[in-house]
Every structure is written in structure tokens, then in C-alpha cells.
Write a protein that binds this ligand. Structure first.
Ligand code: BGC
Length: 778
């Protein structure tokens, strides 16, 4: 494809048409020049191709990223990417909308089930593998959501207020590494604002960093309905508005071009990126896919990802024991989350059917899903349980807690399940809790139970793995990719998360997850990187050798048990006597190794200078601080087994922010945060006052007229959404509450044209005459 020639041949109207989606899932085609559309579909843990009549084409539902990331298995995750890409090829899809790897800043984020970790290196490494897997099939990956999109409430309008160092080290690091290592076909700019500017308009993120620093040449598309101002977005480095805005975007771009507010060069730049991506997509073949193989892979992935959190010698089970299985979740397990990633599955392996194959299988409901406390059901399980040696209780989250568009409200399991755990624990039987959850929860009952197995969200084929793990035919080998905090009082995010509807202060800066808990010695429920096995591993012989540009690390891991097992060895780096505020240590490498019973395996890591860097805001780049570093190797962030020192050359003076005392003691004062940002803190909440195009439905609902208007909009949109069936129960309405009017208008398919939207805004502002004129003018 001769892209420069095509650029010359395209008319200005044709070029502009390429900057806006043709519909929900395609770019525009220009048949005259033989340019076909690019087809894209969700992602990320299965292919979702919506059908006009509702639902979507059946696809393999892999366990979502929150599950499979716990496998820490790069090869396995690469094969998931390839498997989904094969389904894309089967359906002629060019780009898979995934992976998503926003940082898990708070466990309450409704979308954490789609994301990888609280740690940028885990995200970077595993998401890179996923992208490689997708792209080696000739299908493109679209990495998302760029960036600092760590909450769902008010996601289209919230201003993520974050300092430059945290931005670079925590929130952009994985994007940087994935972009540089894998050159993804596309990148999706997020809904939210970052330091005042929307993801699609954020010239610092798009032009300065992504294009100029990282040299990215791929396609930058908006998240669906994320465009706030299309002209500003194209100028800031975005290339494609998605989905179609039904002519609104095109009209505005043409007008801006005619008024010399947007140059042809700027338009060409965006078109060129689309053409480059189309050219890459032309290599994609169309071929049938082996769905049975994908189902089997989904089974394998789940099995590798379960995390055994606690085990006081009660697991594995043995078929001769009298075990009572409890929980309606056994019959109706939660397999995936809600929202754009929701898959219609090709088939589902039944947990109940696999359990029934076991000798002595006995079951009782224990609770009724989605219903309140039922004294009969509760009593029944307690009296039945008296007759058993062990009780295996399946509990977990409801779909409303694992869904896009809205954050979770509580960190605990629901009241009914919690009560059941507490009451069963009183029976003095061995109590094993199996958890189906999309992200961390509190477990105030942890000391009362004997074992906890976290199976996360299983995907369509995880059932057999659960049974195999419980009975010892599979040795659990997953580890947590996020810290499980003890309670609300000692959760770092609780101080700053959900504090306003206008801005979100990322006041803890770099201290996300274990970076906070470990640095400030907070007790946790389960540390980052934790996960037990039926095997036992010992670490020895840490050896470090340093050359000009690398540090080689090796150690031995011995399986001192009679069972073959897999261990995830983690390498953290810690700076001694640092001049800047820092996390106690940071993960830089990990490796999952199979170590047979009584075998010793050598594990090797190679560290580069990059691994010792921090982002220096005085020098505006990543630099190494001179001095001694400790290389720590361990089984979790709190289970460091071996350490060794190494000395690095580097920066000696002129360190930034050394006077911010509260970032050394963990109190993170407003004043210091403001100094870190180098500006006044923005307003946390929208001031009461006039409505505008970025007012949300929940804002409208605060006034009488607004609430009537909101009702009409909600009922109209609901009809459309029901057809797609990706949100459960009330969660779509919750999602809609956070939608600004301009996004509703853009995506309404002409049902809410801009003039009408502005007239509604006038009505809500009691400017009836203005509204009337607008409507009449139309
Ligand atoms: C989500 C994206 C998704 C897109 C298309 C958006 O609401 O944030 O992750 O790819 O919809 O369904």
C-alpha cells in the first residue's frame, strides 16, 4: 500500500470521513481507492460481536485478566491472546479491543476484573505477552484505557489529578513498556480527564509522551463516546473517534478545517495512522477456528490461576472424607463480569456436574443468590453440616460488583454469605471457603476458617480445575497480583478514592498497593504476590554479578515436598538511603517455574539499568540514583527469602521534592500534594450552578425539570441497551447516571441531536425562551 500516494488522492471530505467511525465497530471505507473498513470488536478475554437482534455471537469466554494474571505465566497468557485472535480471524475481525491494563488503585473499581494488577511491571509483562499472542496471528490488539482510568464512577468526566512522577512510574509504565515491546496496532484513549484534559484531548499524554517520546506510529482511537471536543482531540494526537457520532464529528471537523482551526497536515497525520493500521490488517487471514481447543485452553488457564490463600492442613480433600458442599454458587457460579467484555459462551462446564462425579458428594444450598436472608435455608445447612467432617462453602460476589461503568459499593461479601461463614465456623468443623471474586475483598472472618481458595471468575471452562484443585489433582500455583487489605481503616485508597464528582486526587502518588502497605509497615490480610501450594519450596544460593549494563541474578529453588509444584519467584529492588521518597521495594521481575518433587531448579534473572530507575521531575526523565541497592528474592512482597546488595552509578544531586515530609511519613498532606503537582488543587466537586454538556444524568436528577428529562433519556437508552444485554439488573441505569449529555448525544444515533441537547440544557437552566428558539430553529 502506497500510503503517501493514497494521502494525495484522498479528497478532504474523504480524509475527514476516516477520522470518525462508520458505525459502532468499523472505520469508514473508501471504495474508490480500494480502502476497506477496519473491523474491531471487544475484548479483552473473549470476542464479542454484537448481533442486531440482541446478544452476541458465541465465543470462548476465557477467565478474565484478574484471574489469569494470577497465573504469572507469560506463555500461557500469550496463548490466550492467540486463541482469541484465532476467533477474530474466524469472524474477519481486524482488531481486538484489549487488553485493558489500568492500574488497580482501589479494589472498588468496578472494572478491576478486566485488569491485571496494582503493579505496573506485572501489567507490562503479562499484557505484553497477551498482545504478542494476538498479533502473531496477524490480528491487531488495542491497548486500553490510556490512562489513569482507575475508577468507573463518573468515568467520562472525572479529572484524575496525579503528579508527574506517579503518572510515569505507576500509571503510564505498563503502556510505555507494552507500546515499546509489542507495537500494538491501536491504543484507546480513556474517558476521564488527566490533569484537566480528557484522554482524547490530552496532548501531554498523546503527543508529548506517546508519539514523541515513545515513537508510537499506530492508531489512537477514542473509547466509545469519550470524545469531548473532536477538533481538540485530533489536534492533540487522537486519530479516530469511536463509535460513529452520526455525522456530528464530521461536521465539526469540516467546519474547523474551513475556518483554519484545523490544518490539512493535522488531518493527514491522523489519516496516515489509520492507513498504516489498515495496511497491517491486510495481512490478516480469514480461517476457521478450533473452538474445542480454545475451550480446553480456557480450562487450563483457570487451573493455573487459582490462588490458595490459606490452608491449615485441610486441603486437599480426600474422597473418603465426609464433605458437605454448600452454596448456590455451585449451581450458578459467577463466570465473568458485566459490560462491554461480556461474552455469550460457546458452552459452559458445570461445576456441579464435576463435583457430582466425586464419591460421597453431598450438597445443600446454604443461601439463595440474589435473595435476602432465608431462615429456613440457613437453618437447613447448619443442621445438616453437623454430620460432616469438612464443609466446603462456595461464596462470592454478585454481578453488580464486577461490572463496567460503576464501582463497587462494599468491600465485603454480602450479609447473607458473611453470616453463613460465621455460623458454620461455630460448628467446629473444618471449614473451607471457595471464593469467586473479581477483585480483593475484606475477610473479617478469616481467622475462623481453615482454608480459602480464590478461584476468581472462572470463565466458561474453569469448573473441572476447581474440583481437581480441591482434591489435589491440581496443585494450586497462582499468586495474588494485588494486596488484600485487612479493613477499611488501613486501606490506602480509602482516604482518596471517590471523594468528589469532579476530581479524583491521586494523592498517595507512587504509593499504590504494596508500595504503600510495605513502605509504611501496615498489616495486611494477604500481601501482594502471596499464594500457597501443596508443595513446599526453599530458596538458596543467591548469586549476583554485575557488568557494565546489566546485573545477572541467579538462585536455586528446591521443592522439599513429595508433590511436584510450580513456584512464582519474585524479584524486588530496594534502594538503601535514598535521597528521594520511595517505596520500600518494587517488583522488577518474576518467573514461574515447575519444580518436581525434591528437585532443585536454577532461576535466573537479567536486570538492566532501566530496572533501577525512577522518574526524576527535575531532569524530566527516568534516571538511576547512585548508590547501594538491595536485590530481594522471595515468594511474596512480605516473604523475602534472600537478599544481596549491588552498587549502581548514577545521579548524585539535585533530587526533586526532598522537602515533602508527608511523603516520607505516609500522611500525604494536601499542601505537599499541591507542591508535588506544582499547582493549586482543583475543585473536588462540581460547584452547584449551571448545567452544561458535561453535566451527567445524575446531575440532572438533582432538579425537578432535570429529573423528568433524565427519566425520558434513561427509558429511551434502556431500550437500546436491553437489546445488547451486557449489563445486569440495575447496573445499566447506574452506568447511565455517570454519562454526560454530550456523550449521550454523540452516541444516540440521531435520537438526541446536539441542538436538542442544548435545548434540554437551556430548559434545565430555566432558559425556556432560549430552548424554544433552539428547537424552532431546528
Ligand atoms: C469500554 C471499552 C470498550 C468499548 C466498546 C467502552 O465502554 O470502556 O473498553 O472497548 O466500550 O465496547
Amino acid at each position: 500500500m502506497d500510503i503517501q500516494k493514497i494521502l494525495k488522492e484522498l479528497s478532504i471530505d474523504e480524509k475527514i470521513s476516516l477520522l470518525c467511525g462508520k458505525d459502532s465497530w468499523h472505520t469508514e471505507n473508501i471504495d474508490r481507492l480500494g480502502l476497506r473498513s477496519i473491523t474491531m470488536n471487544d475484548g479483552p478475554h473473549g470476542l464479542r460481536i454484537p448481533l442486531d437482534e440482541g446478544g452476541s455471537i458465541p465465543a470462548t469466554c476465557f477467565p478474565p485478566a484478574a484471574t489469569f494474571a494470577c497465573s504469572y505465566d507469560n506463555d500461557l497468557i500469550e496463548s490466550v491472546g492467540s486463541a482469541i485472535a484465532k476467533e477474530c480471524k474466524n469472524h474477519d475481525v481486524d482488531i481486538l479491543l484489549g487488553p485493558g491494563f489500568n492500574i488497580k488503585r482501589s479494589p472498588l473499581c468496578g472494572r478491576n476484573f478486566e485488569y491485571y494488577s496494582e503493579d505496573p511491571y506485572v501489567c507490562a509483562s503479562l499484557a505484553s505477552s497477551f498482545v504478542k499472542g494476538v498479533q502473531k496471528e496477524g490480528v491487531g490488539a488495542c491497548v486500553k484505557h490510556y490512562a489513569v482510568n482507575s475508577q468507573e464512577n463518573f468515568r467520562l468526566t472525572i479529572d484524575s489529578t496525579v503528579d508527574e512522577r506517579a503518572l510515569r512510574e505507576i500509571y503510564l509504565k505498563a503502556f510505555e513498556k507494552v507500546v515499546k515491546d509489542t507495537n500494538p496496532f491501536a491504543l484507546m484513549a480513556s474517558y476521564n480527564r488527566i490533569n484537566g484534559l480528557h484522554g482524547c484531548e490530552n496532548t501531554h499524554l498523546l503527543n508529548d509522551i506517546l508519539r514523541n517520546e515513545w515513537g508510537y506510529k499506530g492508531l489512537v482511537m477514542s473509547d466509545w463516546g469519550a470524545v469531548n471536543d473532536i477538533v481538540a482531540s485530533i489536534k492533540a494526537g487522537m486519530d479516530l473517534e469511536m463509535p460513529s457520532s452520526f455525522g456530528q464529528g464530521v461536521k465539526k471537523l469540516k467546519q474547523a478545517y474551513l475556518e483554519n482551526r484545523l490544518s490539512e497536515e493535522e488531518i493527514d497525520r491522523a489519516v496516515e495512522h489509520t492507513l498504516i493500521t489498515l495496511e497491517r490488517s491486510l495481512n490478516r487471514t480469514n480461517e476457521p477456528c478450533d473452538y474445542e481447543a480454545n475451550h480446553n485452553l480456557a480450562r487450563q488457564v483457570a487451573k493455573e490461576s487459582f490462588v490458595l490463600l490459606k490452608n491449615e492442613n485441610v486441603l486437599p480433600l480426600n474422597e473418603n472424607e465426609k464433605v458437605l458442599f454448600v452454596g448456590e454458587m455451585i449451581k450458578k457460579p459467577i463466570l465473568q463480569g458485566g459490560g462491554s467484555s461480556k461474552i455469550v459462551m460457546t458452552k459452559i462446564d458445570s461445576l456441579e456436574a464435576y463435583l457430582k462425579k466425586k464419591n460421597n458428594y453431598d450438597y445443600v444450598d446454604g443461601y439463595r443468590l440474589g435473595k435476602g436472608f432465608n431462615p429456613e435455608v440457613h437453618k437447613e445447612v447448619l443442621s445438616k453440616a453437623e454430620n460432616y467432617d469438612k464443609i466446603v462453602l462456595f461464596v462470592g460476589q454478585e454481578l453488580k460488583d464486577v461490572t463496567e461503568g460503576v464501582d463497587r459499593k462494599s468491600m465485603e461479601l454480602n450479609f447473607v454469605q458473611t453470616r453463613l461463614i460465621n455460623d458454620l465456623a461455630k460448628l467446629n468443623k473444618k471449614l473451607i471457603v471457595v471464593l469467586a471474586i473479581g477483585s480483593a475483598i475484606y475477610m473479617p472472618w478469616i481467622d475462623k476458617v481453615d482454608a480459602v481458595l480464590n478461584i476468581h471468575l472462572l470463565g466458561q471452562a474453569g469448573a473441572s480445575g476447581v474440583v481437581e484443585t480441591l482434591y489435589g489433582d491440581n496443585n494450586p500455583s497462582g499468586k495474588l497480583t494485588e494486596t488484600y487489605a485487612k479493613s477499611i481503616d488501613d486501606s490506602i485508597w480509602n482516604k482518596y478514592y471517590h471523594k468528589g464528582n469532579k476530581s479524583a486526587y491521586y494523592q498517595e502518588s507512587i504509593y499504590v498497593g504494596y508500595r504503600y502497605y510495605d513502605t509504611f509497615n501496615k498489616e495486611v490480610l494477604f500481601p501482594f504476590g502471596h499464594g500457597l501450594s501443596y508443595s513446599k519450596f526453599e530458596y538458596s544460593n543467591l548469586n549476583i554479578s554485575k557488568s557494565e549494563d546489566k546485573v545477572l541474578v541467579s538462585l536455586d529453588v528446591e521443592n522439599v515436598s513429595d508433590i511436584d509444584g510450580k513456584e512464582i519467584v519474585q524479584l524486588y529492588i530496594s534502594k538503601k538511603d535514598s535521597k528521594i521518597f520511595r517505596s520500600k521495594h518494587e517488583l522488577r521481575k518474576f518467573k514461574k517455574v515447575l519444580v518436581k518433587s525434591h528437585e532443585i531448579k536454577k532461576v535466573e534473572f537479567e536486570l538492566s539499568n532501566d530496572d533501577f530507575t525512577y522518574y526524576d521531575t527535575n531532569d524530566s526523565k527516568f534516571v538511576v540514583e547512585e548508590g547501594e541497592y538491595i536485590i530481594e528474592v522471595g515468594a511474596s512482597s512480605r516473604d523475602i527469602r534472600l537478599t544481596e546488595e549491588v552498587v549502581m552509578n548514577g545521579k548524585k544531586e539535585n533530587f526533586p521534592n526532598t522537602d515533602l515530609q508527608s511523603y516520607y511519613d505516609g500522611s500525604f498532606s494536601d499542601l505537599d500534594f499541591s507542591k508535588l503537582l506544582n499547582r493549586e488543587l482543583p475543585l473536588l466537586n462540581h460547584p452547584k450552578g449551571k448545567f452544561h454538556e458535561n453535566s451527567t444524568i445524575s446531575d440532572l436528577k438533582k432538579t425537578f425539570i432535570g429529573s423528568i428529562v433524565a427519566k425520558v433519556i434513561v427509558s429511551k437508552s434502556k431500550g437500546q441497551q436491553d437489546a445488547e444485554d451486557i449489563f445486569e439488573g440495575g447496573s445499566f441505569e447506574d452506568t447511565l447516571n455517570f454519562m454526560p449529555l454530550r456523550a449521550l448525544s454523540n452516541m444516540s444515533g440521531g435520537q438526541l441531536p446536539e441542538e436538542m441537547m442544548y435545548a434540554i440544557i437551556d430548559v434545565c437552566n430555566y432558559n425556556f425562551i432560549k430552548a424554544f428558539r433552539k428547537l424552532r430553529g431546528k
